[in-house]
Design a protein around this ligand. Structure first.
Ligand SMILES: [Zn+2]
Length: 445
C-alpha cells in the first residue's frame, strides 16, 4: 500500500471536515454527512444518510463481509462543542497547520476518528480483501448534546443498520505518560447520567422585607452543599485495576499515592490536597471513584424587588456503573435536605464492557506492534459517549481512537478546551494502527 498517498488523502479529508462548522447547537451535521456521502458514492460503497430533523443528519455505510461473524462498527460523531475564537492561537474552523499540529475544534474530539474510520472503510474496499464480518462506518449527529438526534436515533429507528458485535469509538487509545511508562488507556466503561432539577418553593414577597422562607436562599444552601460535598466512594474493578496498573508504571510519589486513592479513609484528604495544588488529574480521579453532581443552570426571580415563589437549579449528575438511580438520588437527598424537590429529566445507566474478548486482545497486539513499549490498560471515563446507545443493541463497545501524543500535549485538557489540536504524525500513526487493527481483525482467515 502506498502510505504516503494515503496519508495525503487522509489529511485532505480531515482538514475539510474540520473546516465544516458543526458546532452543536445547532449541529448542522448534514454538511459533514454530505461531504462523507460524496466520497462513499465515488468509491461505490453502500450508504444511507438519515435525518432525525432537518439538518441533523447521520451517515451510515457498510462494507459486506462473508457473514461468518457479526459486524464491527466504527463510530464517530460529526458535531463539535462551541469554540470561542478569542481564546485560540489559530481560528478554530480553519484547520491551520502549525508547530507540527493541525489545529481545530474537533481535531481530537473527534473528527480525527471520523476520518480514520472513513479511510479504513475506503482502504478495505479498495484492497478487495475478503472480510469475515461486515464493517460499518457511522458518522453521527448530536453526541455533544446527549446523542438523541444521532446514535440514539439510529439505535431506536434503524437498529438493522447499526447492530454490531463490536463498536470502536472515542476517548481511548491516546498516549498517557506516567513516569517512564507510555500507557494507552482503552475505554471499556462509562459512567451513567442523571440530569435533574432542584426546586425550592416558598412565600412570594416584597424585596424590601426579607423573610426566612425565601426560595432563592433555600436553594442556594442546597447548591452550596452539593457543590462542595464529596459523595461516598464506590470502587469498580475497572477503576481499581486502572489505578494499580498506573501505579506499577509510575515513579515516586505517584506510585505510592495512586493506590492510596483506593483507601476511602485517606483518599478524601489526598484528593483535596492534590486539587489544591491544581494537579490536573485529581478531578478526573475523583470522578472515577464516586457519583458526582455539578450545579450548572440557575433560574429564579425576574424582578429585583420581588421575592419569587420558586427557584430552581439544574444539576449534572454522574453515576458509577452498578449504582442504581435510587441509590444515587438517596445520596443527593441526604445532601440537599428534605424540603427541596428533586425531578429527574434525563437518565441512563453506566456501562461496563468485558475486556476478555478477541477484539480487546487484538487492540493490545496492534498497540504492541505500533508502539512496542506502550502498555494498553482498560479504564472508565467519567463522561459518556455514543457507546451507551450501541450497548443497548448488545454491542461490546471500546473507546479506541488511536493517537500518539507527546508528553507536552494534555489529552484531557484539549477535550472541549481552547486550542484543540492534534500532532500530524500522531494522527497518521493512529490511522495506520486503526487500519491494521480492523484489517487484521475482520479479514477472512
Ligand atoms: Zn466526543
Amino acid at each position: 500500500m502506498d502510505w504516503d498517498r494515503i496519508n495525503t488523502e487522509a489529511l485532505e479529508h480531515f482538514k475539510a471536515l474540520l473546516r465544516i462548522d458543526t458546532t452543536n447547537p445547532p449541529g448542522n451535521e448534514h454538511l459533514a454527512a454530505s461531504y462523507i456521502a460524496k466520497l462513499l458514492e465515488k468509491e461505490g460503497l453502500k450508504y444511507q444518510v438519515l435525518e432525525s430533523q432537518p439538518g441533523r443528519a447521520s451517515v451510515v455505510a457498510r462494507l459486506k463481509g462473508n457473514g461468518n461473524k457479526k459486524p464491527l462498527l466504527l463510530n464517530g460523531h460529526l458535531d463539535v462543542v462551541p469554540a470561542d475564537p478569542d481564546h485560540w492561537d489559530h481560528p478554530p474552523f480553519e484547520a491551520v497547520e502549525a508547530d507540527g499540529c493541525i489545529w481545530g475544534r474537533g481535531a481530537i474530539d473527534m473528527k480525527n476518528m471520523v476520518t480514520m474510520g472513513l479511510m479504513t472503510l475506503l482502504l478495505l474496499k479498495r484492497s478487495g480483501v475478503e472480510l469475515e464480518r461486515d464493517v460499518i462506518f457511522a458518522g453521527v449527529a448530536d453526541e455533544e448534546a446527549g446523542s438523541r438526534h444521532g446514535a440514539v436515533f439510529l439505535v431506536e429507528k434503524y437498529p438493522e443498520l447499526v447492530t454490531a458485535e463490536y463498536v470502536l469509538n472515542e476517548v481511548g487509545g491516546h498516549t498517557l505518560y506516567m513516569g517512564d511508562t507510555r500507557f494507552y488507556p482503552v475505554q471499556v466503561s462509562e459512567k451513567g447520567i442523571c440530569w435533574f432539577e432542584l426546586t425550592a418553593t416558598g412565600e412570594p414577597g416584597h424585596g424590601s422585607m426579607p423573610h426566612p422562607n425565601n426560595p432563592v436562599v433555600r436553594l442556594a444552601r442546597a447548591i452550596q452543599a452539593l457543590g462542595t460535598v464529596r459523595l461516598p466512594a464506590h470502587h469498580t474493578p475497572v477503576v481499581e485495576n486502572f489505578l494499580r496498573q498506573l501505579a506499577a508504571g509510575a515513579k515516586f510519589p505517584q506510585n505510592k499515592l495512586l493506590p492510596m486513592l483506593l483507601q476511602p479513609q485517606v483518599a478524601k484528604a489526598l484528593l483535596a490536597a492534590l486539587e489544591k495544588q491544581n494537579i490536573d488529574q485529581a478531578i478526573g480521579l475523583n470522578a472515577m471513584l464516586r457519583n458526582t453532581a455539578s450545579p450548572t443552570v440557575l433560574e429564579a426571580g425576574k424582578k429585583v424587588n420581588v421575592i419569587p415563589s420558586r427557584a430552581s437549579a439544574r444539576i449534572d449528575g454522574r453515576i458509577i456503573p452498578g449504582q442504581t438511580l435510587d441509590q444515587f438520588l438517596e445520596e443527593i437527598r441526604r445532601v440537599v435536605g428534605p424540603d427541596i424537590n428533586i425531578d429527574v429529566f434525563e437518565h441512563h445507566d453506566g456501562t461496563v464492557f468485558s475486556d476478555k474478548t478477541p477484539l480487546y486482545d487484538a487492540i493490545c497486539s496492534t498497540l504492541k506492534q505500533h508502539d512496542p513499549e506502550g502498555v494498553a490498560v482498560p479504564y472508565m471515563i467519567p463522561g459518556f459517549t455514543d457507546s451507551f446507545a450501541y450497548g443497548r443493541l448488545g454491542a461490546t463497545c471500546y473507546g479506541f481512537s488511536p493517537v500518539k501524543l507527546g508528553p507536552e500535549l494534555n489529552f484531557t485538557r484539549m477535550y472541549h478546551g481552547h486550542n484543540e489540536r492534534i500532532p500530524i504524525d500522531g494522527f497518521l500513526w493512529g490511522l495506520r494502527a486503526l487500519y491494521d487493527l480492523v484489517h487484521g481483525f475482520c479479514r477472512a482467515q
